[in-house]
Design a protein around this ligand. Structure first.
Ligand code: SAH
Ligand code: SF4
Length: 332
């Protein structure tokens, strides 16, 4: 599909898009059957030095209470997750330089010692040397969304960095052998189906192993608090096109999609998504990891949440898989 074809597909109504949806679903089933990979997500620090205009963790948000988990706390959550059967963990944070490359390396090494599990880091932009070091310590994957492939929009939303730098990071990560994830937001101001086609063509060009595509949700604690939220329908169409462009990619049902409309999570699985994330840290900390406003249900154990997730996936005809869930082309 060229840029123009992608753009026209994004402009279809959901009815008009139905043939493409079926194709995306068929491609997904051909590669993954009814399996949906579950990733255990640990949001370990909400400190961030960046100024992304859409995000509640931005450094300018002085209203937000900040937290950081120490290595031992993170390992303890991972151990509980491991006991419950999780074999794929995503360690995510704001861009928090409190954790040096050595700290993160030690964490990864300790987590992988004598355990067969996959670690995805999602900690933002770091020097190539740090990425190289963390890979050598055992990190398997890295998630760094390009957020928006239009460099003018990107640079406006990220005054602390540049699109060029973002791409540099993604290219480094791929070259270093990470299973690399990118992705983008739907519904950013000044975005159009033309720029969204660029987003999709970029993940195809980079041949990323994962792509998180989710709607923007306005957060009152940011300069974009009064902007419109992103469209769920557009998100579904973008996920389906991503599946067609990258048949073997890991495509998560993004949390923000479920926050806007819980029913959309099931829909997204019918549009070619094959991954879901389950937060593992205590709910008190989930509340503080406030990228955007969301409801958080207290009082459930990790086991209960896992059972509920399995039951939900079963009810929509899918099978929850807690293995490492590597990209099909990945050689261990
Ligand atoms: N700091 C790291 C990881 C945490 S942010 C990073 O930026 O890569 C994780 C993701 O949250 C971002 O990639 C962004 O796409 C998403 N996000 C942040 N604010 C959001 C908002 N208001 N609506 C929807 N998604 C948002
Ligand atoms: Fe920080 Fe990531 Fe939020 Fe940007 S999107 S402010 S880098 S946590």
């Amino acid at each position: 599909m060229d840029d123009r074809t992608v753009q026209s597909a994004l402009e279809e109504s959901l009815e008009g898009f139905e043939a493409l949806r079926r194709e995306a679903q068929a491609v997904c089933e051909k590669t993954f059957g009814d399996e949906v990979y579950v990733r255990g997500l640990i949001e370990f620090s909400n400190y961030c030095r960046c100024s992304c205009k859409y995000c509640g963790l931005r450094v300018e948000n002085s209203e937000l209470k900040r937290y950081r988990l120490e290595k031992e706390d993170i390992l303890e959550i991972m151990e509980e997750g491991y006991q419950e059967g999780y074999r794929s963990f995503v360690l995510q944070s704001g861009e928090d330089t409190y954790y040096t490359a050595e700290d993160l390396g030690e964490l990864v090494r300790a987590a992988k010692k004598e355990r067969d599990l996959a670690i995805t880091l999602s900690i933002g932009e770091r020097p190539r040397e740090t990425y190289r070091y963390l890979k050598a310590c055992g990190a398997d994957r890295f998630l760094l969304k390009h957020e928006c492939a239009d460099s003018v929009i990107y640079d406006e939303l990220h005054p602390h960095s540049s699109f060029e730098e973002r791409l540099r990071c993604l290219v480094d990560l791929k070259e270093l052998g990470y299973q690399t994830g990118s992705g983008f937001m739907i519904g950013l101001p000044k975005q159009s189906t033309k720029t969204l086609a660029k987003d999709l063509k970029l993940i195809e060009k980079l041949q990323v192993h994962m792509a998180g595509i989710g709607p923007f949700i306005p957060n009152e604690m940011t300069p974009m608090g009064t902007c419109e939220k992103g469209s769920c329908e557009m998100t579904l169409k973008a996920v389906a096109i991503a599946r067609l462009l990258l048949p073997e990619a890991m495509l998560p049902v993004t949390t923000s999609l479920g926050v806007i409309d819980g029913g959309m999570r099931e829909q997204c699985l019918n549009y070619g998504a094959n991954v879901v994330m389950q937060k593992l840290q205590p709910t008190a900390l989930r509340k503080l990891y406030a990228l955007y406003p969301k409801e958080i249900i207290d009082g459930k154990s990790m086991r209960e949440e896992k059972r509920e997730l399995e039951a939900w996936l079963k009810s929509v005809g899918k099978k929850a898989v807690f293995d490492r869930g590597d990209h099909p082309t990945y050689q261990k």
